[in-house]
Design a protein around this ligand. Sequence first.
Ligand code: ADP
Ligand code: MG
Length: 506
Amino acid sequence: MLDLTFEAPAPKVIQGAKEEWELVIGLEVHAQVSTRAKLFSGASTEFGAEPNSNVAFVDAGMPGMLPVINEGCVAQAVRTGLGLKAEINLRSAFDRKNYFYPDLPQGYQISQLYHPIVGEGEVIVEMAPGVARRVRIERIHLEQDAGKSIHDMDPAMSFVDLNRTGVALMEIVSRPDIRGPEEAAAYVGKLRQIMRYLGTCDGNMQNGNLRADVNVSVCRPGDYEKYQETQDFGHLGTRCEIKNMNSMRFIQQAIEFEARRQIAILEDGGSIVQETRLYDPDKGETRSMRSKEEAHDYRYFPDPDLLPLEIEQAWVDDIKAHLPELPDQKKARFMADFGLSDYDAGVLTAELANAIYFEAVVNHVEAKDGKLAANWVINELFGRLKKDDLGIEASPVSPAQLGEVVALISKGDISGKIAKELFEIVYTEGGEPAKIVEERGMKQVTDTGAIEAAVDEIIAANPAQVEKAKQNPKLAGWFVGQVMKATGGKANPAAVNQIVTGKLGL
Ligand code: ADP
Ligand code: MG
């Protein structure tokens, strides 16, 4: 496992504050479950389909239709819970959350208020290499998503698209353990990463498949510690909830604005009203959507159409036994097995597809060359793909080809400089790297006789430089450069260096 120290966050300096304040943040993250069918119907969940084409009678709220639970969605929630080291509740139940909205034809959303499927867990968020924070998960419950109202297609009419109605969501509720805007974004990023590894949510924030309600309050130094000791929310400030955030950057900006707004009110002698707010990214501010008094009374009650959900321990154990390697484990293994730095291992494991690619490269080289392989994947390959705006899946260079390039460097067959040329050839033309090196005469010259001849020639042609270099040995580098140029970059630089210093008598 990763070797981490858990540190209290550095006090957050809040711009414009006269006194000392600390931030307290809790997140409710809605993650769309990756499945082909909806939570209680067989309709497809495919994104971007023709409006209202993926709607079963039960999704449309037709009278007399009965929901039938999708086992795949339950398995995904359990898998997510296990990935967050959470308690799995073998018995959970569904409740109706009643409200009227044009895109909610049933007139209620089926959710799990009283008995969620997943209980307490945790997310470890690394804030700096080796320095981490622990965010406790309170619960994860399954619920239905609502449809979509469309107001911008016609000046006089609004439309409703029910394709998303009834799609399964996991609501992941954290304890208020997040202490700053960067930490909040890092927490969402870590959740996203874990779920993408698990294959339980694709984490696509642009499509709204991952979005967060962000609860923010401020308190005085020492108050949070009192809350931690007692778990009594009375020690914390009144919170406001910023709804439906689907960008990491906006989450950070909204928290910063909200903290400043609350502090200004408190320092002015006012008090915070608990309310729901919306973030306006154009203005960079949050504004009130509804206060606690206007808050919906959802009149939750157990859904009479559904029996309590009972799952078996053996089924949970089976899911657990088949969990994939998770990001932290993979990162720790990359560091231990291939001698990678925390940073490199972090970059390579950020996305599963990158980690898989890297491991496939390493399969073609010796373990001692892991660091070299990491450099090539991170600097050369990622850099080149970025230039062409390509994802790793579309890489023109396969892991086997890149592995061969790395192996050629490691064996001393080609220099780093030639390797870059070789990489570019493989990238644009394809082919077998070793063959290309043979055919195009790119092999590194380690034959000292040939290098000596080149050095002699350059020394003979530049007597003035030779005199200078004898006064100032640093100038030997100039000769090395000339020899490299004369040999088209194919001379072994270490050998050239040795011969140059020898011949100049340095
Ligand atoms: P509700 O059911 O009204 O949404 P919860 O108690 O379930 O309220 O809390 C919702 C979220 O708000 C949780 O993520 C929780 O951690 C967070 N939260 C609760 N109190 C505070 C507070 N004082 N400051 C910041 N976040 C809070
Ligand atoms: Mg809530």
